[in-house]
Design a protein around this ligand. Sequence first.
Ligand SMILES: Nc1ncnc2c1ncn2[C@@H]1O[C@H](COP(=O)(O)OP(=O)(O)OP(=O)(O)O)[C@@H](O)[C@H]1O
Ligand SMILES: [Mg+2]
Length: 247
Amino acid sequence: MNNSYNNDINDLVAIENYRMMIELSEEIFHDFKNILATISGLAQLSMIKTQSEELKGYLSRINEATCDFRDTLNKYYSYTLGDTEKKQEPHVLYTIVDEALEMIKYRLHEPCGFGRELNLNLKIRSNAKVFCNKYDLKQCFLNILMNAIDSMEEKGGILTVDVYNNETNDFIIVDIMDTGTGIPEELMDKLFKARFTTKKNGTGLGLNIAKNCVENHGGKLKISSKLNEGTTVQISLPIYSDGYSIQ
Ligand SMILES: Nc1ncnc2c1ncn2[C@@H]1O[C@H](COP(=O)(O)OP(=O)(O)OP(=O)(O)O)[C@@H](O)[C@H]1O
Ligand SMILES: [Mg+2]
């Protein structure tokens, strides 16, 4: 009797905590959206005022990043309301890869921290479509591209992105290769565990999210690496054709 009374009280406290958390999230979402609107508005205004094409490019990326942040907030807000449905549509995959690359281009082409160069070698050899949630896949490519660039931060190097179809034309493949630090053999089976990180400020969620995302789209994500030589992440996704995914 006493036990069941305590359980009821605990349940009520949990429900009340949950309700307060939702309310707090709503306020935070609202405040973030206002802040984002200010950043985006000022970036757009500065784009009109500046004569410099280079600056216009940077400002446009700030604007896009705020849009992505707003989308992220909306996504999590929907989750708190119990909406877990994800919108999926056919998209030409390389355009999503391209958009992700646009977001990280500020870390390329210019001398990196130690005065060495980071260069991009982009090969688009397929314009196949994939039935997907564009937002999730873009985040997935971003996570992998960020890792590749992080690994070359000190020495510089070459980031190669190759998009092509497999031999049987039923899967589209994206290889993301870096010439960075590589990954020690003993860490290879820990990479996809949530919160595994070797970085000072890493959350260790990037690869975990990326792998889940690819698998949720019926694809596969593989990593191969050689210490001090570099890493290749290979993503393969089923090609969408005439209303169905070939699998
Ligand atoms: N391209 C790569 N080159 C070298 N090491 C890598 C590469 N990609 C991943 N790693 C290793 O895998 C670990 C996990 O990567 P993951 O993206 O999941 O998390 P993270 O980059 O540490 O943090 P974040 O959540 O901010 O992305 C990294 O800390 C790093 O040790
Ligand atoms: Mg990462």
